[in-house]
Ligand binder design. Structure first.
Ligand SMILES: [Zn+2]
Length: 348
C-alpha cells in the first residue's frame, strides 16, 4: 500500500510499504479520508525522536484520522460498512492493570500510531479495534472527525481541572493544543479563559472565539492582567500548554489559593517551579497524558455545536502532496493551526 513514510530523520517518501491489514473478529477496516498533521509527526520528521521514542526504521506518519468503515470483523456490533468514523490512535492492552483501572492512556503496553516502532495511518486503509473506533454524528465532517484526537487532549485537561461553572482559567501557550484546551475549558463551564503567547497571529485566531481573552506576553504582563481581572485573587485554573520549561517561572503566581494547575505541555528539559508558592496556596497539580474515555464526549460536544473546530483547519493538502504538507508544517507559520491531508475525494 502507498503510504507517507518517514525513512529517517528529515527524509520522507511517498511509496509502497507492507502494512498488516489482517481483520480480527473485533476489528474494523477503515478507508482513511482525512489525517491531521500533529506536532509530534513534525518532530519525528525534524528530529527523528521524541524523548525515549527513537525512529530506528522507516515508519508511516499520522495519527489524527477519520474515514469510512469498509469491513467489520465477526464479533463487531454497532458499526457497519459505510459508517463514517474517527479513531483513537492508542491501542492499550485490555488485560493490563492500567486498562482495568480505566487509565488505559498510561498503559505501558499501549501501541500508539506513528510512535516508533508503530506505523501511523497516512495510507489508504487501516485495520483498528472497533472498541477504539467512533461513529461520526451526521453533522460532523471528516475534517472535524480528524480534529477529535487533538481536541481530546483539551478535553482531558478540562476534565482533570474539575471545572466549576463560572471558573476563570488561564492557558499558557497558544499552539493547537493550547487552543484546544481553551475551547474545552469554555465548553466545560469556564466563564473566561486568558490565553497567552508571544505570537500575535496565533492569539488573533484564539481571540476570535467568544470567552477567550488573548494576552501577548511580548507586550503585556500576564500576571498583572490576571490579577486585575480577578480582583487580585488569581485564576481558578491555570493550564500549562506551551511545553516550555521557562513558562514555569511565575506559573504559580497566576493561580488563586486552592486553585489548580494542570500540566499539559511536555518540556524537553526538566522544569523548575516554585514549590513553596504552590504549597502556600495549597494548589492542586494535575498532569495530562493523552486521554482516556474522552472521544465519545468530544464528538458529542462538537455535534452539539458548542465547540466549533472548523476554523482551526488552516489548509487541506492532497495525499499526493503530503511531503509539501510536512515541509509547510515544519516551517511553523504562525498563522497555521492545523494542516490536513485528504486521501481521495470521498465527499465531506
Ligand atoms: Zn496529535
Amino acid at each position: 500500500m502507498e503510504a507517507l513514510v518517514l525513512e529517517q530523520k528529515g527524509v520522507l517518501s511517498l511509496r509502497d510499504i507492507d502494512l498488516l491489514l489482517e481483520l480480527g473478529v473485533d476489528d474494523v477496516k477503515i478507508r482513511i479520508h482525512t489525517v491531521g498533521i500533529c506536532g509530534s509527526d513534525v518532530h519525528y520528521y525534524t528530529h527523528g525522536a521524541i524523548g525515549p521514542f527513537v525512529l530506528r526504521e522507516p515508519m508511516v506518519l499520522g495519527h489524527e484520522a477519520a474515514g469510512t468503515i469498509v469491513e467489520v470483523g465477526g464479533n463487531v456490533q454497532g458499526l457497519a460498512p459505510g459508517d463514517r468514523v474517527c479513531m483513537e490512535p492508542g491501542i492499550p492492552n485490555l488485560s493490563s492493570r492500567a486498562s482495568k483501572l480505566g487509565i488505559y492512556n498510561v498503559d505501558p503496553d499501549v501501541r500508539f500510531w506513528a510512535t516508533p516502532p508503530i506505523h501511523g495511518v497516512l495510507t489508504p486503509y487501516v485495520v483498528h479495534p472497533a472498541a477504539f473506533t467512533y461513529k461520526l454524528p451526521d453533522n460532523v465532517s471528516f475534517a472535524e472527525g480528524a480534529m477529535v484526537e487533538p481536541f481530546a487532549i483539551g478535553m482531558q485537561a478540562a476534565a482533570r481541572a474539575r471545572i466549576t461553572p463560572g471558573d476563570v482559567a488561564v492557558v499558557v501557550g497558544c499552539g493547537p493544543i493550547g487552543i484546544m484546551v481553551a475551547l474545552a475549558a469554555l465548553a466545560g463551564g469556564c466563564a473566561c479563559v486568558y490565553v497567552s503567547d508571544f505570537s500575535a497571529e496565533k492569539l488573533a485566531i484564539a481571540g476570535s472565539y467568544p470567552g477567550v481573552v488573548p494576552v501577548n506576553i511580548g507586550e503585556q504582563n500576564l500576571n498583572d492582567i490576571v490579577q486585575k481581572g480577578t480582583d487580585g485573587w488569581g485564576a481558578d485554573i491555570v493550564f500549562e500548554a506551551s511545553g516550555s520549561a521557562k513558562a514555569y517561572s511565575g506559573l504559580f503566581d497566576l493561580v488563586r489559593p486552592g486553585g489548580a494547575v494542570v500540566l499539559v505541555g511536555l518540556p524537553v528539559e526538566p522544569a523548575v517551579f516554585d514549590v513553596s508558592g504552590a504549597i502556600a496556596r495549597e494548589v492542586r497539580i494535575e498532569t495530562v497524558f493523552r486521554y482516556a474515555n474522552i472521544f465519545d464526549r468530544a464528538l458529542q460536544l462538537i455535534a452539539s455545536g458548542k465547540v466549533d473546530l472548523k476554523p482551526l483547519v488552516t489548509e487541506t493538502f492532497d495525499f499526493a502532496d503530503s511531503i509539501s504538507a510536512f515541509e509547510r508544517a515544519a516551517s511553523a507559520r504562525p498563522t497555521d493551526v492545523k494542516l490536513h491531508i485528504r486521501m481521495k475525494a470521498q465527499g465531506n
